[in-house]
Every structure is written in structure tokens, then in C-alpha cells.
Design a protein around this ligand. Structure first.
Ligand SMILES: [Zn+2]
Length: 238
């Protein structure tokens, strides 16, 4: 694992300072975690500039400010004698959570339908149930009761959310990073996200439906790597 030079740490600190956090102990904690994330990114082959950009993007300025206000409110609810201990505890716990989320931001790794599920149609060539012709199935089908929760399989930004004439029915397309996207189709019209919105891993995005080219309630789920469809089963429960 590469280690940051003192100059690079100073640079990260200056950039972090621009976020405008007022709570010093938390800023120190963030610096520690950001530097750690940058070193990991560099270990994965990024330049320092790329690694820094990616680490800041993963943490997010809004997220840092939100954590700051949450931490302060936790502290304010408690007595002064407990203050110092709580400061480090709260900051530590919240940051472990953020680090966990940001490290898991790529690629998709969760099951899009929480709990037990089976797959009725796998990835690859199959005879289409309606058109009876041999067709490439670009994803997997997970049958589930109408209204079952569908969650984002990794953190990302919603690229598209709406109705598709191409057979997906109501669908959501999420971009996770420069390489990975995931698509959820055949949903009910009650989509829980809109284009441009940031989502966390495991966040509710909509419900299992039977819209579009569908014979029974199920989720059609795709994982796309650099524009090519890959088998989603290889990206579940990693
Ligand atoms: Zn399908």
C-alpha cells in the first residue's frame, strides 16, 4: 500500500478545510479516513489526483456536513463530563459506517430483492416466454410478490427512472462508478427515486411489478460493465 507524503496530506487537509466543517475533532477524523481511502485507491492503480478526487466523491461534502450536525446533536444531548468520550465514539462510529459505504460503492454487490429469493430465468440465451424465439436475456428474473421492495445494489446516482417502451416497463438505471451500472425493470409505477438522485447501497428504489413485457410479477435485473451486460449473479452477496 503506497503512503502519502507530508505534502500530499497537507493538500488533502487544505481541500477538506474548504468543505467548511466547524467541528475540529471531526475534521481530523475525516482527514484520517480520506488519506486512508486515497492510499487504497492509489494501491488500486490510481494517480494521487484521481485517488483524491475519488475519495472526496465517495465521502461527499453533503455527507460530511450531515455527519457533523448529527455528531454535534448527539453530543449536545449529553452531559459535559461525557463529552470527550462521546466525541470520539460518535465520530468513530459514524465514520466507520461512511468508510464501509464508500468502500463498497463499487461494483454492485447486494441482492436487489432483500431476503430469500429464487431466480426464474438466468443470464444468457433462452426462448422468450412471449415471443417464443431464441433471445439473449441480458439479466436475471427474480419472481416475487407484487409490491416487494427493490433496493439499489450499491451506492450510485440514478441515471434514468421512468417508463421504457423497450419492454422494461417501469425501470430504474443506476450508475455506480465509471464502469458499473445496474438496471431494474418490470417495476410498479410507484418509483421511489428520480433521475439525478444519489442513492446508498440498500436504499429502497421501488417495488416489484409486472409492467412492460412481463407475464407475472418479477424483477428483471441487469448489471452492465463498461456498456456490456454481465451475469448479475456474479455480483450478488460478495
Ligand atoms: Zn428478464
Amino acid at each position: 500500500m503506497p503512503e502519502l507524503s507530508a505534502e500530499q496530506v497537507d493538500q488533502v487537509q487544505a481541500k477538506l478545510h474548504q468543505v467548511g466543517l466547524e467541528f475540529r475533532p471531526l475534521e481530523d477524523e475525516f482527514l484520517d479516513h480520506l488519506c486512508c481511502a486515497i492510499e487504497q485507491n492509489m494501491g488500486a492503480g490510481m494517480t494521487f489526483a484521481e485517488a483524491e478526487k475519488s475519495a472526496f466523491a465517495a465521502f461527499g461534502e453533503d455527507e460530511m456536513k450531515k455527519l457533523e450536525s448529527e455528531t454535534i446533536s448527539i453530543i449536545n444531548k449529553n452531559s459535559n463530563s461525557m463529552k470527550n468520550m462521546l466525541v470520539s465514539l460518535a465520530a468513530g462510529l459514524l465514520l466507520v459506517l461512511v468508510t464501509f459505504i464508500s468502500l463498497k460503492a463499487e461494483p454492485p454487490y447486494l441482492s436487489p430483492v432483500p431476503g430469500d429469493f429464487k431466480i426464474s430465468s438466468g443470464f444468457g440465451w433462452r426462448v422468450h416466454p412471449i415471443f417464443k424465439e431464441k433471445k439473449m436475456h441480458k439479466g436475471i428474473d427474480i419472481p416475487a410478490p407484487l409490491g416487494t421492495d427493490i433496493v439499489a445494489t450499491s451506492a450510485g446516482v440514478v441515471e434514468e427512472a421512468g417508463f421504457s417502451e423497450k419492454g422494461y416497463g417501469y425501470y430504474v438505471l443506476i450508475r455506480h462508478d465509471d464502469h458499473y451500472q445496474s438496471l431494474y425493470g418490470q417495476m410498479t409505477s410507484d418509483l421511489q427515486v428520480e433521475a439525478g438522485q444519489k442513492v446508498k447501497a440498500g436504499e429502497l428504489i421501488g417495488y416489484v411489478g409486472s409492467s412492460g413485457r412481463s407475464t407475472a410479477p418479477h424483477l428483471h435485473y441487469e448489471v452492465i460493465l463498461d456498456g456490456e451486460h454481465v451475469d448479475p449473479q456474479e455480483y450478488m452477496g460478495m
